[in-house]
Design a protein around this ligand. Structure first.
Ligand code: MN
Length: 161
C-alpha cells in the first residue's frame, strides 16, 4: 500500500516535470528576476521634469508583452511636465504626499497605498507636494514602442493652483 502511494507520487511528480518542460520549450523564456539595485538610477531630464526626480528599477516587458515602468521619486515641489500616455498609465504611491492633475481638472492629493489610473490620451502631470517628497511605481503599456508623449512644463502658477 505504501509502495503504491510512492509510485503514484513519483508518477505525478514526473507528469508535473514534463508539463513544466513542455511549457518552457514552448515559450523559450525563463522567469527573470531584476534584482534590487542592479539597475543604475537615472535623473529625470530637465526637458520633461521640474525639480529633482530620480527613476530607479526601470523595467520593460518582452514582446508580445508591452508593459514597462519603474519607481519614480520626486523631491518636494518636483513634478513631471504635462504629458499623456497612448494606452494609459497606472501609478501606485509608495511614500510621501503627491499631487496629480488632468488638464482643466482640479489638483488631487495622492498618498501611500493609493492607485491612480490615467486613461489613454489624457493630458496630465504628477509629482510631489510642495513640502514633502513622493515616490510612486509607474506602469504603462507601449503603443508602437511608445509609452509617453511629452508636452510643456507645469508652470509654478499651475502647480500652486
Ligand atoms: Mn503620467
Amino acid at each position: 500500500m505504501k509502495g503504491e502511494r510512492t509510485i503514484i507520487a513519483a508518477a505525478i511528480t514526473t507528469a508535473v516535470q514534463l508539463t513544466s518542460t513542455a511549457a518552457f520549450a514552448a515559450s523559450g523564456e525563463r522567469i527573470s528576476v531584476l534584482r534590487a539595485g542592479s539597475q543604475p538610477s537615472t535623473a529625470g531630464a530637465p526637458e520633461t521634469f521640474t525639480g529633482a526626480v530620480r527613476v530607479t528599477s526601470r523595467f520593460k516587458g518582452t514582446d508580445p508583452g508591452r508593459i514597462g515602468g519603474g519607481i519614480v521619486s520626486f523631491d518636494p515641489g518636483a513634478r513631471t511636465a504635462w504629458h499623456s500616455h497612448p494606452l494609459g498609465q497606472t501609478l501606485f504611491v509608495t511614500t510621501g504626499i503627491g499631487l496629480v492633475q488632468h488638464w482643466s481638472g482640479d489638483i488631487q492629493e495622492i498618498k501611500p497605498g493609493d492607485f491612480v489610473w490615467i486613461p489613454p490620451g489624457v493630458k496630465h502631470w504628477h509629482g510631489a507636494a510642495p513640502g514633502v517628497g513622493m515616490s510612486h511605481l509607474a506602469f504603462s503599456e507601449a503603443l508602437d514602442g511608445k509609452a509617453v508623449d511629452w508636452m510643456e512644463h507645469v508652470t509654478d502658477d499651475q502647480y500652486a493652483n
